[in-house]
Design a protein around this ligand. Sequence first.
Ligand code: 3PG
Length: 303
Amino acid sequence: MTKVLVATEKAFAKVAVDGIRKIVEGAGFELALLENYTEAADLLKAVADADALIVRSDKVTAQVLEAAKKLKIVVRAGAGYDNLDLEACTKHGVVAMNTPGQNSNAVAELVVGFMVFMARLKFSGKSGSEIRGKSLGIHGYGNIGRIIARDAIALGMKVYAFDPYVKKAEEGVELLASLDELYSKSQYVTLHIPATAETKLSVTHALVSRMPKGACLINTARKEVIDEDGLLKLMAEREDLRYVADVAPDKLDEFNKFGDRVFFTPKKMGAQTSEANINAGLAAAEQIVKFIKNGDKTFQLNK
Ligand code: 3PG
């Protein structure tokens, strides 16, 4: 019988797992669960007899693919797929997919929450500020960026965006020609770029230093896109600058020395809502069923 393994270091909400089970078993397949595991060895063992795999940010390395002798498809239930070794997937004849857009609203809402939280001085009780009338720069205008733009406009913010791959934005969003311009004009900048060779370390001291006084940088994307040494240096130079992230930096202790000016969630939680778990988890299960039954390769990443 076709076996679908859900391997999640950070488990889906139960309601999402129930939904995945319904789809998988409804198709006549078997569901196996490996949730909240802490050792890579557990994953290596669990994938041994799996035909299909659903993961979140779990690392699907060459070693995992080597151990997964029967594997035909892996679906990253989410958007960013920097955790999948696509070359190794191709080498092992495994189709790799993601579920773009399915968890975008959850991340967008967290960004709005982060802006209010930082504007209100981390709910300290001191007199903070409001986000209405402030400017927001969206760095990377994809599924998440578009939702944030709509939300921010509704909240009365002035919205700018930059994305080298996007030529037109929705009404009310000013698409800018350069990153320098985006950072110069934005009191808040929110990052929505993937971690690629092109973007890693691309948020530099020089770029962030363009932001106006009292600025706040928001990172719900990936820690790798930040030049941490550059940002640490800038935060030491500029007492007004703040940094909030859902993807804790490698140099967490050094950033935490800035106290009230920084905030990091204890665990990446941008996509951690029941709704996002259901959307992404069920989409992943459906994509697997369609692939195994009909050879449907929509959303394949390693073409
Ligand atoms: C994504 O790329 O979809 C998000 O970063 C969510 O990641 P998670 O599933 O590990 O929460």
